[in-house]
Write a new protein. Structure first.
Length: 461
């Protein structure tokens, strides 16, 4: 009967000060919502980075790239490449006995803000995933044929987000949104031949085509400008560039001179346009390398970082450094969250004490009815527990629901695969700290009530 009376007293008090109770619960909930987001994103970054570093322990890219930029642009497809790498580097890596696999990567254009990544069939097959494709119209053993450069394969989540289906066509854009040099390559159309099944990585929000398509897009563009400028001038100097005739030879070998059609001025303008965009017909932005062992990775990193025109990054070491940075950021965010929780709990403590002062007469009446000091003090602890438990549960539920709805944006913009309903160590620590701190504050309030002479307090009022 006494327990029932105490419960009724707690419920009555909560109803009496419902606004304060809700504000206290929401304050705790907001802190835990933030904590859930910090934990999930940090865990997603670490797991995505570690899984990727195991697949490609070494990345070779253009000279001048930092390790972080090289990894972020080639592994996570986030940062833009800093330059180009000669195709011969890829061929050299293929012949190296310390290399078990090498995958070329060429990037320049994008579609809907997502990079169009030039790779080869071996890279796609290395993802070890299935395809959604037309029956009989797609060769899974050669998903990106070198003789059909208009073939494109898109990631599942990208296709789902924008409603892209098999057979759809699109054109890429060179440059970035807001870039004064951005333009659309309307003359080179891609056709979606297949959609990758989800791999829970950056590939889910990527577009893949053959790396030679990247060469062809800008080669055709350069030809177009060569014609345009060349015909704008006379034939007076055509004899000076007789070797400029015959596009086939110029295209095949990547020479810079096959676009003037014998027109001196056309040659000059065509070359200038090519130089402005920085494209060469046989260049890459990176090579993803799998080695025989970590010693080979270290050796190759040193060699290709010392060579002119290239640099190399140990993906595992770079990723560990990124994870360490994220761990520090996670700790800082955790301390901020715990500090916020402490302030919230202090607020709850003050409101509970204010509630005690308002309820002196009720408590005095409970004493006259034979309810002991310990039982009356217990109502404060029960009330504090209800606030902390309700706040924790509300915050965790809200945090994970927000992560669930934000997952597509995080996947696409950050290249991070998060598990929205995964309970992380950061959250567990927050729960333990909050419950312990909440009960300590509740005990302090209990002792204050226990030592209070309610009859004297009421008569004093």
């Amino acid at each position: 009967m006494r327990a029932g009376f105490l419960l009724k007293a707690v419920i009555h008090n909560i109803k009496h000060r419902l606004g304060t109770f809700i504000i206290s619960v929401l304050a705790v909930a907001v802190a835990f919502t933030f904590l859930s987001a910090v934990g999930a994103v940090s865990f997603g970054i670490a797991s995505t980075a570690v899984n990727t570093s195991l697949r490609y322990p070494l990345v070779v890219g253009p000279a001048g790239s930092s390790d972080t930029q090289l990894v972020m642009s080639s592994i996570f497809n986030i940062d833009k490449p800093s330059g180009t790498l000669d195709y011969s580097v890829y061929e050299e890596l293929l012949r190296d006995p310390r290399v078990t696999a090498a995958y070329p990567m060429a990037r320049s254009d994008s579609y809907r803000g997502v990079p169009i990544i030039g790779v080869n069939s071996n890279f796609i097959k290395d993802l070890k995933t299935s395809f959604y494709a037309e029956e009989g119209g797609f060769n899974k053993n050669d998903p990106l044929p070198h003789n059909d450069l208009h073939t494109a394969i898109v990631g599942y989540k990208f296709a789902e987000r924008y409603g892209i289906g098999i057979g759809d066509t699109f054109v890429g854009s060179h440059g970035h949104v807001g870039d004064s040099h951005a333009h659309t390559h309307d003359y080179f159309e891609y056709r979606v031949a297949a959609i990758l099944e989800p791999v829970n990585g950056p590939e889910d929000y990527s577009i893949f085509t053959h790396y030679k398509a990247v060469w062809a897009v800008h080669e055709d563009h350069d030809c177009e400008h060569g014609h345009e400028h060349g015909h704008g001038h006379g034939h007076g100097h055509g004899h000076e560039h007789g070797h400029g005739h015959g596009h086939g030879h110029g295209h095949e070998h990547g020479h810079e001179h096959g676009h003037g059609h014998g027109h001196g001025h056309g040659h000059e303008h065509g070359h200038g346009h090519r130089h402005e965009h920085g494209h060469n017909h046989e260049t890459l932005t990176a090579v993803l390398v799998r080695t025989v062992n970590p010693v080979a990775t270290s050796q190759l990193e040193g060699e290709y970082s010392a060579k002119p025109g290239s640099t190399a990054a140990d993906v595992g070491r770079t990723v560990r450094r990124l994870v360490e940075y994220m761990s520090k950021a996670e700790q800082a965010a955790g301390f901020f969250s715990y500090g916020t929780l402490f302030i919230v709990l202090m607020m709850v403590f003050v409101t509970v004490l204010m509630s005690v002062s308002e309820r002196k007469k009720e408590m005095a009446l409970m004493r006259t009815l034979g309810i002991g000091r310990g039982a009356i003090s217990l109502t404060v602890m029960i009330e504090t527990m209800l606030i902390t438990f309700s706040g924790i549960l509300t915050g965790l539920a809200a945090g994970h629901l927000i992560l669930y709805f934000a997952k597509p944006f995080i996947d696409m913009r950050l290249g991070i695969n998060i598990e929205p309903f995964l309970f992380t160590a950061v959250e567990l620590q927050g729960v333990v700290i909050t419950l312990i701190a909440g009960q300590i504050l509740a005990l302090i309030a209990m002792f204050r009530i226990y030592n209070m002479n309610l009859i004297e307090e009421v008569s004093r009022d």
